[in-house]
Design a binder for this molecule. Sequence first.
Ligand code: BGC
Length: 347
Amino acid sequence: MEKKKFGVLNDGTEISLYTLKNADGMTARVADLGATLVSLELKDADGVVRDVVLGYDTPQEYVDNTCYFGAVIGRSANRIDKGRFVLGGRMYQLAVNDNENNLHSGPDGYDIRRWEVVQQDGSSITFALDSPDGDQGFPGDFHVEIQYTLTDEDELILHYTGISGADTVANLTNHSYFNLAGHESGPILDQTLMLAADAYTPVIDSQAIPTGEIAPVKGTPMDFTAAKPIGRDIGADFEQLRFGQGYDHNFALRGEAGTKRKMAEAFCEKTGIRMEAFTDCPGVQFYAGNFITEHKGKGGAVYGPRQGFCLESQYYPNSVNQEGFASPLLKAGEKYDTTTSYKFSVK
Ligand code: BGC
């Protein structure tokens, strides 16, 4: 495993970058800051190497920007209404950092912590983090690990495990922004997407807290059951799309949560790169990068709105407060264990 210095944060913390390689020549670079996927390179149909995730050249840029490029989000991904929940008869208040709500666990997220490397070999690496009792406002000391594995079948597997000393909320995800034409190549609107979801969770308003309803996608622009270009309906006259300024919604995945099944498939005609995604989570937030503001990314690239799409596997947003949604509660001493993967092939 190649390890190199990625850079030094303003506070003096040294950040390292690790390279996973497979027999096919595909590489994944992962930083210990945020256990972040910094690059994912493979050859396209013409043999040109494409880096299919957005990112930065220096670790400090990951801290300074609020896009969460490639990072692991925890202890709880997505939104919690008013940043508040009740557990074991006690009310817990988290930071309010997104309108009136908590997003991605607040300003002190796992995405800007330095994780410890606890295992590594040529094709896999495991990062660990100890999140103390009361961290971000959550109860329970939580030890969490994420293992990245790059297989010779061009599948990047993200395996999360954790254990807490008290009942808590555990809902981690990875926030990679994919662009199957290459991270520097502009909007993703012509790339096609299929989501293995017959329903989604509509939101109340532009603050994006779900109403609690699990609504069918059929007959709406939210229908991705058959692959279609991301841009085809993104501008449709549909209230939910106005709230998110495009797609920024949780989709209720088909099949049994707890078992690995397909969640999505994306394809780029120009490069011939296809990505299939699998998870055992109940839902996936499909975010079309609507709020990426124009700024500098890796290797001089200039990123802007809709230049990457996220497929964030997770419990539904605000599920800790929503009885009809599968619960993200993790009991004291029980194992948190979830896997999501992204598998690549070229036409
Ligand atoms: C959210 C978006 C948010 C983005 C970056 C996504 O998970 O759904 O609303 O803009 O993260 O913070």
